[in-house]
Design a protein around this ligand. Structure first.
Ligand SMILES: Nc1ncnc2c1ncn2[C@@H]1O[C@H](COP(=O)(O)OP(=O)(O)OP(=O)(O)O)[C@@H](O)[C@H]1O
Length: 633
């Protein structure tokens, strides 16, 4: 499969490759400058923008008689941003003592993060808020705490657990929307923790899970806070006969708001809003939270929020709101066929480093992001075969391998998410379904296979590590044709070039270069794993990769890279062709359909040789010490 390689050293190849990359990039060490550290004390000033000269509206609920007892005890803090301790929220009467006790005693939190202290009093006042804060800085509690407090304000009965007994399915007070099912479930878990000592009932409504059972649960136990994904929520609220309603809805929260307001979801959000009570009849607060707010969604933001909304940013205007403190490494690979070997090499190295330095290194826990589900599934099986192989089983040790993507059932996705959450050492293969908001503990590495098409995706994925002030590292493994695109797409991010992986640089088409035993072992094992697939698997993966990577400006480079992957990596005689109709569909233009890929007209190729040539070849080579040139493996 991979072209024949000669045993020896990779030094010469490595030097060549490094030169070619560095010549394209001005700096040898840092591609992009800039560092910033997030701590409560050191963070740059937070900016609050008011979007109307008029004073912020104080909502009617503050004057409702049944809330007066609670409100009486509450004092306005002189400067809310100065409150940093949760306990102080209780002392100042801003948040009910019972809720504060839950936060400090049950959840073990004492100091607020900046986004929490900067948004809390605004939200409690009833103002619409757009909050932008870096990933992993506690945005979930930032909207949950004041939303819960406002619910209790309006109906003080709900502070007591007894209220759970009378909770109804027609009394939904707050709706929290998330773009993905996993994130909705995660937010609901956090909301349940926060409300555990109150009479506020939290329920979920996500696509993919048994709809009838979900409805039954809401009917049986009632609901005050409903967390869900747009499609399922539309389903629920468009059915006027299902006994679920929100006539007193006072809060609508959009987590990962930029995603929910972009083209993919905007219509759904619009439709959902139309199904909710008219805001002229029932006053409603809207909260938008996100780590990124691209300019493109600002018009939707202003349509969604009241004109006097507050825009709270916890970074200086103009600064990139992301983990600039997270070390980020760019591993340029010679071709796509080098990507899985590089991932294997990186994983083995990091597992070993953690094992030998248990006092300083946390166990290897990585999220690996792929651009398409087919590519992920192929890579997962290859990685799994390598991991289980006699040569590598021991080296991978107890590191679990897991996958989460759209082709799994919701049950499988939820189980994998829980397994990953609780795993000490694991590698999770995933797609953008877990890129946003997911809070898996102790993720040490985020590895992105290919440069994503959107800068925001890179930032959100990276944000799965180094959360809540812990440490982590990001890797971007990108083939040569994408490397030139990196500086413009990821400008301002502190990526550093990393040439430490031998398998990244080996020219697998070159039969004369020297390769170390370690690299050879990995290439051999990956190659054997590929040999167990049918051509159909490759054809499908090839097609989905074309679709996922077609945005790259260097399409010639992409086509060539795919050709190499199919022939050198997968061992096909000719690369699959791409259906014209498919190209039309992904490009939306007939002009592009003239392009065709590969030489095979049938799209089906025939790999020469028999299955598993490499395992045989390798053991023969090892035992007989023959030259590895001319050997296909
Ligand atoms: N005040 C706090 N002190 C310590 N840890 C906190 C605090 N608030 C939240 N956390 C923890 O920080 C982690 C990240 O929080 P959360 O998931 O809300 O981040 P986020 O800002 O929503 O991230 P993303 O942008 O990725 O969605 C969680 O494990 C949460 O429990």
């Amino acid at each position: 499969m991979f072209a024949a390689l000669r045993h020896g050293s990779t030094t010469a190849t490595r030097a060549l490759w490094s030169r070619s990359i560095l010549s394209r990039n001005a700096s040898k060490t840092a591609l992009y400058a800039g560092t910033r550290t997030f701590t409560q004390s050191s963070i740059s000033p937070t900016f609050i923008h008011t979007h109307n000269a008029a004073a912020p509206t104080h909502r009617g609920h503050r004057h409702q008689p049944d809330a007066s007892a609670v409100l009486e005890a509450r004092k306005e803090p002189k400067d809310a941003s100065l409150i940093t301790e949760f306990q102080q929220l209780g002392d100042d009467g801003l948040v009910h003592d019972k809720v504060v006790r839950t936060i400090t005693q049950n959840m073990g939190l004492s100091t607020m993060t900046e986004v929490q202290s900067m948004t809390l009093s605004e939200i409690i006042k009833g103002t619409d808020v757009l909050a932008q804060a870096r990933t992993g800085t506690g945005k979930t509690l930032a909207f949950l705490i004041p939303t819960l407090q406002n619910i209790i304000d309006r109906d003080p009965r709900l502070v007591n657990k007894e209220a759970l007994r009378t909770a109804r399915s027609t009394d939904i007070r707050a709706l929290i929307i998330s773009p993905t099912r996993e994130l909705a479930e995660q937010i609901a878990v956090e909301a349940k923790k926060l409300t555990q000592n109150t009479g506020v009932r939290v329920q979920t409504a996500v696509g993919g899970s048994a709809k009838r059972l979900g409805l039954q649960e809401i009917h049986r136990k009632g609901c005050h806070i409903l967390v869900g994904t747009p499609g399922r929520l539309i389903d629920i609220f468009s059915d006027r006969e299902n006994g679920i309603a929100a006539p007193n809805l006072s809060a609508l929260v959009l987590d990962e708001a930029d995603r929910l307001l972009d083209q993919g979801f905007a219509e759904d959000i619009q439709q959902l809003q139309e199904l909710l009570p008219d805001t002229r009849d029932v006053d409603r607060q809207t909260l938008l939270f996100s780590a990124t707010v691209p300019k493109g969604v600002m018009s939707m933001v202003s349509k969604t929020l009241k004109p006097d909304y507050k825009f709270v940013q916890t970074v200086k205007e103009g600064e990139e709101p992301t983990h600039n403190r997270v070390p980020q490494k760019l591993i340029p690979v010679r071709g796509m066929e080098n990507m899985i070997p590089s991932l294997v090499e990186l994983s083995l190295r990091e597992i070993e480093t953690a094992k030998t330095n248990p006092a300083t290194q946390r166990p290897f826990k990585a999220m690996v992001f792929f651009e398409s589900t087919s590519e992920l599934q192929l890579a997962y099986k290859v990685f799994q075969r390598v991991q289980r192989s006699a040569e590598y089983k021991k080296k991978f040790g107890r590191t679990q391998l897991l996958e989460i993507h759209a082709r799994l059932s919701q049950g499988q996705r939820t189980r994998a998410a829980n397994d990953f959450r609780h795993a000490e050492s694991a590698v999770l293969f995933t797609t953008n379904v877990t890129a946003r908001g997911m809070d898996f503990p102790n993720v040490t590495h985020v590895i992105q296979m290919f440069l994503p098409s959107q800068r925001e995706q890179y930032i959100h994925r990276l944000g799965r590590t180094a959360r809540a002030n812990s440490e982590g590292v990001g890797y971007l493994i990108a083939p040569e044709f994408q490397v030139e695109e990196v500086p413009s797409k990821l400008h301002g991010l502190p990526l550093q070039l990393d040439n430490t992986l031998a398998t990244a640089e080996i020219d697998l088409a070159n039969e004369t270069i020297d390769v170390s035993d370690d690299s050879l072992g990995i290439l051999d094992s990956v190659s054997r794993a590929y040999n167990r697939f049918d051509d159909e698997d490759f054809i499908q993966t090839h097609q989905s990769m074309v679709g996922a990577l077609w945005w790259n400006p260097d399409r010639r480079g992409l086509i060539e890279a795919l050709r190499r992957l199919a022939t050198i990596g997968w061992g096909m005689d000719t690369p699959p062709t791409v259906d014209k109709k498919f190209l039309d569909r992904i490009t939306g233009s007939s002009r592009q359909s003239k392009k065709s890929f590969g030489r095979s007209s049938s799209g089906r190729s025939h790999r020469p040789g028999v299955k598993f040539p490499h395992s045989r070849g390798r053991s023969e080579m090892n035992s007989h010490g023959r030259d590895r040139r001319q050997r296909r493996f």
